[in-house]
Design a protein around this ligand. Structure first.
Ligand code: NIG
Ligand code: FE
Length: 412
């Protein structure tokens, strides 16, 4: 593969820094290089510096890309998405606009179960076609890596179908995909609660682990969904099979999610809208990374955002993500999530960018490859026709990159 040199970037925002998730003031160091340049070989970055520094290393056969007038960033890493589902829930959106709540709609037969029915009605090929289009949408907003959860199949076979679709997205599109099994998202109608959990633990999880179909296991701990004890059973089994743990906790009620995620050795605790400041120490002690999902608060028309500012100030390595799903957060746009982080979570643009790139990469155990522009990493980067990268959140969900590269190849 030909060598590529990117030169004259107005700002090359590298996020370079010490190894390990960033906390505190380090979350505000984005390591931007004015008149930046980058050399790429075989899909990986070989050098980063100013155009003057890199200029001498450009050989006669190198393809040169002049980025004058563009700011360049690492591709976003979206560490929490639910991208494989049928249909949409626009009817529920309209009901909520008239005052119905997420919980009321779910108990009236809507919610996750309604998407499960629409998802089961599609063939694997149909689901893949829809999911591939969504992958293109993620790329068009500058996201080059996602974590992708199953969870709209429930039932053994149906969850496998979705996990195979998730694997295929990563094979058929340039998006890099990290798969998560979320069978414990809700309960299927055709099985008792006990038999479904028994199935997950004895049948589904062992097969997923042996086939390598998921790297992580997740669960929705919430009133009317899974209890802390059920989480102990399911995630305990997942862990013993070698899967990493991510958890939906404290979204609608404080269910002690911080302490529970620490107890279970989770890599991430996601949502945390209702987590009190007094529980932040549990996350720190357990080495659990908070993944904040302000899109789900916004799209549900709620106002109680997670305490991003408090978590950064408490020294937690905060991550932000879209939570893309048909019920609570129908958006694939990380620029929108950055805007919400700055306006609703009181995070600075620097903290928000760190949370959306390098910290997100650490949360997926993928920081050796993605999340920053440093020698040795994959050449996943985006170009933006802006004067200052902070305009990405500033132009409130109305900018997209002018170009997206994955592994040094133009993809969008
Ligand atoms: O992260 N909270 C659980 N799962 C999703 C919502 C799923 C749905 O409503 O379809 C979430 O917000
Ligand atoms: Fe979610």
């Amino acid at each position: 593969m030909q060598e590529l040199a990117l030169i004259h970037c107005r700002q090359l925002v590298t996020l370079a820094g010490p190894a390990g998730p960033r906390t505190g003031p380090a979350m505000r160091e984005v390591a931007a290089i004015p008149d930046g340049a980058m050399l790429v070989r075989e899909g990986r970055i070989v050098a980063v510096g100013t155009t003057d520094e890199i200029g001498d290393r450009i050989g006669p056969d190198t393809r040169v890309l002049d980025a004058t007038g563009q700011v360049v960033l690492p591709g976003f890493v979206d560490a929490h998405t639910h991208p494989v589902f049928g249909g949409n829930r626009v009817d529920e959106y309209a009901l909520r606009a008239r005052g119905a709540t997420y919980a009321e709609i779910a108990s009236a037969g809507g919610g996750i179960r309604s998407t499960v029915a629409k998802t089961r009605a599609l063939t694997e090929a149909q689901l893949l076609e829809i999911a591939n289009a969504r992958a293109r949408a993620f790329l068009s907003f500058g996201t080059t890596t996602i974590e992708a959860k199953s969870g709209y199949g429930l039932g053994h076979e149906e969850e496998f179908k979705i996990l195979r679709v998730i694997r295929s997205i990563g094979e058929e599109t340039p998006l890099r995909v990290h798969p998560t099994y979320l069978g414990a998202h809700a309960f299927p109608l055709e099985q008792t609660r006990e038999s479904y959990i028994e199935d997950i633990v004895e049948r589904t999880l062992p097969l997923i682990a042996s086939e390598g179909l998921a790297k992580w296991c997740d669960i929705f701990v919430e009133q009317n969904y899974y209890t802390p004890d059920e989480a102990r059973r399911i995630l305990g089994r997942a862990k013993s099979l070698g899967l990493g743990i991510r958890m939906h906790v404290d979204q609608l009620h404080n269910g002690g999610g911080a302490a529970l995620s620490a107890e279970l050795g989770a890599k991430t605790a996601d949502h945390l809208e209702q987590t009190p400041i007094s529980s932040f120490d549990d996350l720190t002690a357990g080495g659990v990374m908070p993944v904040l999902l302000p899109g789900s608060v916004f799209c549900l028309g709620l106002s109680h955002y997670p305490d991003g500012r408090g978590m950064v100030d408490a020294g937690l390595p905060v991550v932000i993500a879209t939570d893309f799903n048909p019920g609570s957060s129908p958006t694939v746009s990380m620029p929108f999530i950055l805007a919400l982080a700055c306006t609703q979570l009181e995070m600075t643009p620097e903290e928000a960018l760190c949370a959306a790139t390098i910290n997100a990469a650490w949360s997926l155990d993928a920081a050796g490859d993605v999340g920053s522009l440093e020698p040795g990493k994959l050449a996943d980067f985006t170009l933006w026709d802006l004067d200052d990268w902070r305009e990405i959140p500033y132009w409130a969900a109305s900018v997209r990159p002018s170009a997206v590269y994955v592994g040094g190849t133009w993809v969008a």
